[in-house]
Design a binder for this molecule. Structure first.
Ligand code: FBP
Length: 284
């Protein structure tokens, strides 16, 4: 029912497509780097209001952000409690558990969100933490959203978003029982030499974004799991809409866009999100 709530909410409700606002960048990248471009975004209420006014499917954030708006915005939009977090002062590719299933229930959330870093030295601990929290969340009727971001000693910056590595990470999230899987937009294939190092038997078409998305969706049980793609660093509206069109054409379920939404003035953000929603509403 909680997964259905996310899928039925907002302007894309009932289409099987989603646009979600994630605001954990204050933790992951630091407050000024995240919110100085649009200081209104230091206020947690700003993000609830943005997600509600834009007609999004859900709003995802760490404990403190959700707590700060849970009473005022109770029932107004499905929330996803991000229960682990990293920060930019750390050199390790790891995340601390910063929220619990009982927090999510107390705050009326529809889901928990959890990041794994396949490839990191801490990946197995992260997966074990996810296993425990996902079991508890599902027993309480909450959905599970997994951010699956490959990183670690075997991968350089190119490798982290190479589409076949992304697909591997997405598949692992599906195997761990995620209902919604979140990955970065998959990029050009690795060079064959780099690919060999990281296992890949390259027989898959990755020539354009829609083809790469299609492969990710295939690895998420041929579309039996929901897959959404993050927005990344601030970029232009045209680039974001082109990405959304490719995600839609490739059978992805939508976008989970943070910085590109809250780092611009609210009116611009509402226009951008409305245009993205229109993309996902059209027939793929
Ligand atoms: P953006 O749309 O701002 O990229 O948000 C997506 C996201 O997954 C955030 O939830 C998270 O804070 C951030 O990206 C992490 O990115 P990275 O691990 O590359 O710093």
């Amino acid at each position: 029912a909680n997964l259905a709530r996310i899928l039925m909410e907002g302007k894309l409700g009932g289409t099987g497509r989603m646009v979600i606002l994630p605001v954990d960048q204050g933790f992951e990248h630091g407050p000024a780097r995240s919110f100085a471009p649009n200081p209104a975004a230091y206020d947690p209420h700003y993000h609830f209001e943005l997600a509600i006014e834009a007609g999004l499917n859900a709003y995802a954030a760490p404990l403190g952000m959700i707590e700060a708006g849970a009473a005022t915005f109770a029932g107004a939009i499905p929330t996803i409690l991000k229960v682990n977090s990293s920060n930019s002062l750390s050199t390790t590719k790891d995340q601390a558990v910063t929220g619990s299933v009982s927090d999510a229930l107390r705050l009326g959330c529809s889901a928990i969100g959890f990041t794994i870093y396949p490839g990191s030295e801490y990946q197995f601990e992260m997966m074990e933490e996810l296993r425990e929290l996902a079991e508890e969340a599902k027993a309480a009727g909450l959905a599970v959203v997994v951010w699956s971001y490959p990183r670690g000693p075997m991968l350089d910056k190119v490798g982290e978003t190479a589409f076949d590595i992304c697909a591997y990470a997405a598949h692992m999230a599906a195997l761990m029982g995620a209902h919604i899987i979140k990955v970065k937009p998959p990029m050009e294939p690795l060079s064959l030499e780099a690919a060999k190092k990281v296992y890949i038997d390259r027989k898959i078409d990755g020539s354009d974004m829609a083809a790469r998305i299609r492969h990710i969706v295939q690895t998420c049980f041929n579309g039996r799991r929901l897959v959404v793609f993050s927005g990344g660093e601030a970029k232009g509206t045209d680039a974001l809409l082109a990405e959304a069109k490719a995600i839609h054409a490739g059978g992805g379920n939508g976008s989970i866009v943070g910085r590109n939404a809250f780092q611009r003035p609210k009116e611009d953000a509402l226009k951008l999100l409305a245009a993205m929603i229109e993309v996902y509403k059209t027939k793929a």
